[in-house]
Design a protein around this ligand. Structure first.
Ligand code: ASP
Length: 458
């Protein structure tokens, strides 16, 4: 069931469908951005093509997560053998998320993008509540990304005392995270693409199957074959990637260009944007490759190249969940054992979000730097670090989910929520970069955890 771990073989950079697809996706992205700049309205009208591609990816996420996690556990042969790789995976997720948060805090404290960069008029505007003002934009964006109604989100924000800490407490946040692990209705969770309880169920169920041996051989064969068929289906969907990605990128960049304010807003908070990008770059090009090299003694950048189709899909969809099928496909094509990818990547796409954690910490400190009269001391920054880690674990792998869970971070240290308006306008673009880092973090996780897998006896 599992691929052998390559040892003496040169490290693979094989990509699903070969390199042509990667080149085609790159050309599609560049052409889409060019079209958005030259003919923004035409580009924006292509959203239907992007939506179709996105739906194709999303439609197989739930069945694929279910079967791949089960295959990963079944591949261990015995549920007791799950302990070491399981602990390694959780340890990796937590360690890399904390490292990402530290990088975020260091860059934002060194660069100080919020000191003397945003003018008073813009800050005053953040406090107003007219239609179209930042506050109503925050509510609209949060409603769109959380699936709640505008009045529900508005109600929540109204009930939060401004500028004062309503601290739900790290205990409460932790409790909520624990509750996310188990669902009382698997069908409802599947319908809402809540992957975490599905993964927990799949691990428990497959673990139990491993104790039943021949009694359940039909079920295990069915699951294994369904998983293989779904992976083949991902290959089929990826033939549409160049055109789908072209439409996705053209539509979003075209919309921003057509609105006309994007460049102006970007220049207003360009330092913030650059600081978060710098942090993400350090994590993606130094921290994660260093971990990869330390554990595997192989060239991490070759692995990054092998993952390029998944990374480009992450950039284009801004969703680690939608990218999950491609991440699985690429990491397997790169030679990582199926047992590791099937187990580590789905869980990682749900709870391991290094880019999001880094961004949440950096954005919170940026808001503190901008807001008049607020100076976070060392211990408050530690609270930011802890809540950013938990908020990233709790964030769904969907576009701009990090913006919603950032409320937790801002609340924990009593930062004014109105100032989120400042970062909203560029968040869709930043989201694409942090999602790319999230996906690379999962792929490196699969490569790292592979080294802790038990031997297969047969
Ligand atoms: N869009 C991100 C993801 O899917 C989550 C976020 O940071 O908003 O990984």
């Amino acid at each position: 069931m599992s691929d052998p771990i390559p040892t003496d073989e040169p490290q693979s950079t094989k990509q699903p469908h070969g390199n042509w697809l990667t080149y085609a996706i790159c050309v599609a992205i560049v052409a889409a951005i060019a079209l958005a700049l030259l003919a923004p309205h035409l580009a924006a009208s292509l959203h239907i093509g992007g939506e179709l591609f996105l739906r194709m990816l999303k439609m197989i996420v739930v069945p694929l997560v279910f079967t791949s996690v089960m295959c990963g556990v079944l591949g261990m042969g015995d549920v007791r053998k799950l302990g070491r790789p399981g602990a390694a995976a959780i340890g990796y997720y937590i360690a890399t998320t904390i490292l990402a948060v530290i990088v975020g805090l260091v860059v934002v404290n060194v660069v100080q993008p919020g000191v003397g960069t945003v003018d008073q008029a813009t800050l005053d505007q953040m406090q107003t509540e007219d239609r179209g003002s930042p506050k109503s934009k925050i509510i609209k964006t949060l409603a769109e990304s959380s699936g709640l109604s505008v009045s529900e989100v508005g109600g929540v924000l109204e009930n939060l005392p401004p500028g004062e800490s309503v601290q739900p407490g790290i205990g409460t946040i932790f409790e909520n995270l624990m509750l996310m692990l188990v669902t009382d209705n698997l069908i409802v969770s599947a319908a809402n693409t809540q992957l975490l309880p599905i993964i927990v169920f799949a691990i428990m169920f497959a673990g139990m199957l491993t104790t039943m041996h021949d009694e359940v051989s039909v079920i295990t064969t069915l699951i294994t074959q369904t998983n293989a068929a779904l992976m083949k289906f991902v290959m089929l969907i990826m033939y549409f990637a160049p055109i789908g990605i072209f439409c996705l990128v053209a539509a979003r960049f075209g919309e921003a260009q057509a609105n006309g304010q994007f460049i102006q807003e970007l220049s207003q908070i360009g330092w913030y944007f650059g600081t978060v990008l710098l942090g993400l770059g350090i994590h993606a090009f130094i921290t994660l490759p260093a971990i990869f090299y330390l554990i595997r003694r192989e060239n991490p950048y070759r692995y990054m190249l092998a993952m390029s189709q998944a990374l480009l899909t992450a950039f284009s969809t801004a969703s680690s969940s939608a990218t999950l099928p491609v991440t699985l496909e690429c990491s397997e094509a790169a030679g990582i054992s199926k047992r590791s990818t099937e187990f580590v990547v789905p869980l990682g796409a749900t709870i391991n979000m290094d880019g999001t954690a880094l961004y949440e910490a950096a954005a919170a400190i940026f808001i503190a730097q901008v807001a008049p009269g607020i100076d976070l001391d060392f211990w408050q920054q530690v609270v930011v670090a802890v809540t950013a880690t938990l908020a990233a674990i709790g964030a769904a792998g969907i576009p701009e989910a990090g913006l919603v869970t950032m409320l937790i971070v801002l609340n924990a240290v009593g930062l004014p929520l109105e100032y989120m308006g400042l970062i909203l306008s560029v968040d869709w673009l930043l989201d694409r970069f942090r999602t790319t880092v999230n996906v690379f973090g999962d792929a490196v996780g699969a490569a790292v955890v592979e080294k802790t897998l038990p031997e297969i006896d047969n």
